[in-house]
Design a protein around this ligand. Structure first.
Ligand code: GRF
Length: 219
């Protein structure tokens, strides 16, 4: 069966991108990364992608007068590469409404908190400041609302009394590297569908996976 073609968007070090590349290189993985796009030429992840033999492109947001023209340029790169699904992995640009409308239900993001708690930036510090005892990461479908959109899966970790933002980030990141490839596999196997709900955003249902399995607990 043809593999799902995935484009990964990054802005920085690219550890989630690296986890996705590594997973897709394992035997029988049903997806392949066909392109990595960065909005920054100095993103550390670009070197990792190149060293792994994955095609890369830089679309510098500063070269475009507004969000939508940047989004269209990124989209053109993804289309040229024949991308079916987009994985955001530390991509630090906010899309214009055009982009999610162009790729409906075909963009995933990973966020280092248990959404809807702690949106935006410095979310590990937000969790510590809020005295949360549990945090984690969320993979969700990207809609036009920032850090919103139907949750596909979450992984939870404890927040320890001794944690600072860095130690908590490290603990969460380890679960990100596990969860994102797992979710990508579910998508590539065609097991993810959206169940409409009256007056509410749709719920993600993963066929053949019991609802509990969509939450990994890694104490
Ligand atoms: C991760 O914590 C991810 O959840 C967030 O940005 C960070 C990216 O890290 N969206 P990396 O570039 O994948 O290492």
């Amino acid at each position: 069966m043809a593999k799902l073609k995935v484009g990964v968007l990054i802005s920085g070090r690219g550890s989630n991108m690296a986890a996705l590349i590594a997973a897709t290189r394992t035997e029988d993985f049903p997806a392949e990364i066909v392109l990595v796009v960065s909005n920054r030429a100095d993103a550390g992840g670009l070197a990792i992608a190149r060293a792994s033999g994955v095609p890369t492109a830089v679309v510098a947001h500063r070269d475009y007068p507004d969000r939508e023209s940047f989004d269209r340029a990124v989209s053109a790169e993804l289309e040229r590469a024949g991308v079916d699904l987009i994985c955001l992995a530390g991509f630090m640009r906010i899309f214009s409404p055009w982009f999610p409308a162009r790729w409906p239900n075909r963009i995933l993001n990973i966020h280092p908190s248990l959404l809807p708690a702690f949106k935006g930036l410095h979310v590990q510090q937000q969790a510590i400041d809020a005295n949360a005892r549990v945090s984690g990461c969320t993979v969700h479908i990207v809609t036009s609302d920032l850090d919103d959109g139907p949750t596909v899966a979450q992984a939870a970790v404890p927040v320890l009394a001794t944690d600072d933002a860095e130690t908590l980030s490290t603990r969460i990141l380890a679960t990100e590297h596990e969860l994102y490839p797992l979710v990508l596999r579910w998508f590539a196997e065609g097991r993810v569908r959206l169940e409409p709900r009256e007056g509410q955003p749709p719920r993600v249902v993963i066929q053949g996976v019991p609802p509990d399995a969509a939450l990994l607990w890694r104490p």
